[in-house]
Write a protein that binds this ligand. Sequence first.
Ligand SMILES: C[S@@+](CC[C@H](N)C(=O)[O-])C[C@H]1O[C@@H](n2cnc3c(N)ncnc32)[C@H](O)[C@@H]1O
Ligand code: SF4
Length: 440
Amino acid sequence: MSSLDAALAGTRFQSYLYAYPHKTAYRRIEPALPLGPLWQHERRDALFLYLHVPFCEQRCGFCNLFTRPVPPSELIDAYLGTLARQVAVVRRALDEGGAFAFARRAIGGGTPTLLDARQLEQVAALFLQMGARTDTPMSVETSPETALPDRLAVVVAAGADRISMGVQSFVDAECKAVNRPQKAADVHLALRAIRDSGVATLNVDLMYGLPGQTAETFAYSMRAALEYRPEELYLYPLYVRPLTTLGRKGAAAVDQHRVALYEQGRAMLAEAGYRQISMRMFRRVDGPDGDHAPVYCCQDDGMVGLGVGARSYTRAVHYSSEWAVGTHGVRDIIDRWVTKTDAELGVADYGFVLDDAEQRRRWLILSLLSDDGLDLATYRARFASDVATDFPELAELGAFVTTTPTTMRLTADGLARADAIGPWLASDAVRARMEAFDLK
Ligand SMILES: C[S@@+](CC[C@H](N)C(=O)[O-])C[C@H]1O[C@@H](n2cnc3c(N)ncnc32)[C@H](O)[C@@H]1O
Ligand code: SF4
């Protein structure tokens, strides 16, 4: 493990560790594991059901998510057909282990609302076939061009209580500079449509560190977003990643600029009555769920992922389809996925098997990067040892962490450096696999 000082000296903005192990640490699992036995002995009373829509109206220059721009309509139809088969296969596998229940659901992407209202109805029906209920909380991602009233109405009728939209900036030139042709006028229309849909929680994503962005223009975008009083707001640093359009152009993001904008954004949000939940996430204190809304307990609860690009997590096995960023890599994987047989959909054949040490590390990382921090007694009860004994390197965190008799938590300064601290905590084995990953 490299020292924390070295990690922080490199840059505060290394990468977003929203999952551990990272998907670039996934490899082929041989022999493939049948899903029935895999899920049989899991805690199954609070599962997360995630469905991935790997399509968008464009490919933004910063985006390394698993998505293909402007898909032909036959591909969308084929995708929905394979999803329906996958639902039948996965449902049967879960049924093998008896009762199960979903605590949350989400449709993500890509841009799920690239699907039209009829296609979104099909997706909603798939959730019911999986055994989710219409009152199971559901989050749906959307974009300014596709947040159309009839599409929003379908997802709200299907139980969506949260709609999340990428805005990035209210300055058209800043969006254009990152290959996201977007008009602020459309963003306003979309935000009004989401408010009119009656959904309880609106989330807005903004980015800082965009080319040409200044303190003034960032403040302008922040104020424009805050006009809609979103219940949640995410602030994303601009990352320039391999094989993205910006990455291929060799664009560079400037750390110092981002630090200043981030601090400015944090201050504006505090002033506007938002509480910081994680490095990126802020929640309106007087929103419907206010200060108390639970964040999904990703350390403990299993995730059932549907569709290509979706990940699934049991306690010891994380699995998914393969992952790529470049145009051809993504296309190949989607094209192959839609022709999978039921037998192929019924196994985990690509992913990461977590031994006991990796399970402990995952628990540590996900807990520490969350606002709630790490509950020391829960860790002890689960792993029969103390987190400080298992991970002596935590001592290096010094002033970035506070430890009480019950909890270990990042301080505000620590949270602001979560993108350096997260990757630093990865095991040597995971880091080696990530470095050796052949990104397509
Ligand atoms: C699935 S999109 C949101 C919905 C919709 N596709 C859109 O762009 O409006 C995910 C969000 O992640 C954020 N993001 C930050 N860094 C990103 C990256 N490197 N690749 C993709 N998305 C990133 C963007 O702010 C984006 O709004
Ligand atoms: S940021 Fe959103 S719209 Fe842009 S390519 Fe990524 S998923 Fe698609």
